[in-house]
Design a protein around this ligand. Structure first.
Ligand SMILES: [Fe+2]
Ligand SMILES: [Fe+2]
Length: 398
């Protein structure tokens, strides 16, 4: 920083040489290894016909894995459940990444007002460009699969604004949706004009992606464990999981560098900034306070997925009668089974990693550091809320 000239802020990114170097290195590496083109090519060459008879993920990453539906499925039906996991999982990732693109931009705007923050902003710009390629690949494949299997959407959705509920299957209603929209729009406005809140967005982004990182690492291994020879003929969705994870590992690093190291460079937050920061983290813990048996690894509110599960079972590929589908729905979601335990276990693993991430943040209250709403989750609560909602669903579907 040119000390002899007056500045609006008393800091410059160049004051912290180590952090600056880390950020530059991460950005350069990400650009060198950028998977945009490979993702575009994989999506372009995807033909469902060519990979419809094989698994796309490790077996345990299958829709309703470990439930009576899985136990009673034939080998070919299990393949379908495995592929539908991919479609459902990455449809959720599309929703999260639509929001990420917008908040990357507002955060960059909020930080550009400080001296020498160009590299931070360019990192975020570059990541947004990558997210668009990720979304395109997920969307093209998901839509092709759903069209081929069902002739309609089940998990995928048409493009939509950033302020929609991020969880595509959530416990919500018109009022809650409106409130969420106001909150997200206000957060965007605040972060674009306040360096602390902008920087803190990356802390929230880091937290939100912790669980994704654990799951996506395993999804990517399906491809990376193959020999180079086998990779040439690997199903395109498996390659997409791998290429995506490769890009995301750099995003995770930048969340940490900006949301932790650079945040420390800024002035201590004022009371107002602290309260916004707390709300952001608290909101994430609330958003992640459900676990899903439908898609183990995503924190959906399962009663909101009943219709999707019902539609899958009633489709020509599974061919259940109405009565059998309703009965199976109850077995899968309302009676204790292995799938439920596996979903809960993933939630608990995530909770532990969230807790260690939050332990180092000094402006948080004890309750938030211990996991906030996420620590209230239990199998008993899950079963009783599902049973209640199932009765409603059954009546409506009759
Ligand atoms: Fe992504
Ligand atoms: Fe990302």
């Amino acid at each position: 920083m040119k000390k002899e000239l007056s500045q609006n802020y008393n800091i410059s990114l160049l004051d912290d040489a180590i952090t600056y170097k880390k950020l530059k290195f991460n950005f350069r590496k990400n650009k060198e290894q950028d998977h945009t083109e490979l993702l575009d090519q994989s999506a372009e060459k995807f033909r469902y016909e060519e990979c419809k008879d094989v698994y796309w993920n490790p077996e345990k990453f299958s829709l309703l894995y470990g439930t009576p539906l899985w136990d009673n499925s034939s080998a070919s039906e299990r393949i379908l459940l495995n592929q539908l996991y991919w479609v459902a999982y990455y449809s959720q990732i599309i929703s999260a990444e639509i929001a990420t693109i917008y908040f990357n931009q507002t955060a960059a705007a909020g930080l550009y007002g400080i001296e020498d923050f160009r590299t931070v902003c360019e990192t975020l710009d570059f990541e947004s460009m990558q997210e668009r390629a990720h979304i395109s690949a997920f969307k093209k494949i998901s839509e092709d699969v759903e069209f081929a299997l069902f002739g309609k959407r089940i998990f995928s959705f048409s493009m939509r604004p950033y302020y929609y509920e991020t969880m595509i299957f959530q416990k919500t209603n018109i009022l809650k949706r409106f409130w969420k929209r106001l909150q997200l729009q206000s957060y965007g406005l605040l972060s674009s004009g306040n360096a602390f809140i902008a920087c803190q967005y990356l802390t929230v982004r880091g937290l939100r992606t912790l669980n994704g990182k654990i799951i996506q690492h395993q999804l990517s291994q399906f491809y990376s464990d193959m020999s180079p020879e086998l990779q040439k003929t690997a199903p395109a969705p498996s390659a997409v999981s791998y290429f995506h994870f490769m890009d995301e590992s750099y995003h995770f690093n930048s969340s940490n560098i900006i949301g932790t190291d650079i945040l420390k460079l800024l002035k201590a937050p004022k009371a107002f900034e602290r309260s916004i920061a707390k709300l952001g983290i608290q909101g994430t813990l609330k958003d992640h306070s459900n676990f899903s048996t439908m898609v183990n690894g995503i924190f959906w509110y399962d009663p909101a997925t009943f219709q999707a599960a019902y539609d899958v079972m009633r489709s020509k590929v599974f061919n259940f009668s109405h009565k059998d589908a309703i009965n199976m729905l109850e077995q899968c979601f309302c009676k204790e089974n292995e799938g439920i335990h596996l979903g809960f276990k993933t939630h608990q693993t995530a909770l532990e990693s969230y807790k260690s991430y939050l332990a180092g943040i000094d402006y948080l209250d004890e309750d938030i550091r211990l996991g906030g709403k996420m620590k209230e989750t239990s199998i008993e609560k899950y079963l009783s809320q599902n049973s209640l909602e199932f009765q409603r669903f059954k009546k409506k579907a009759a």
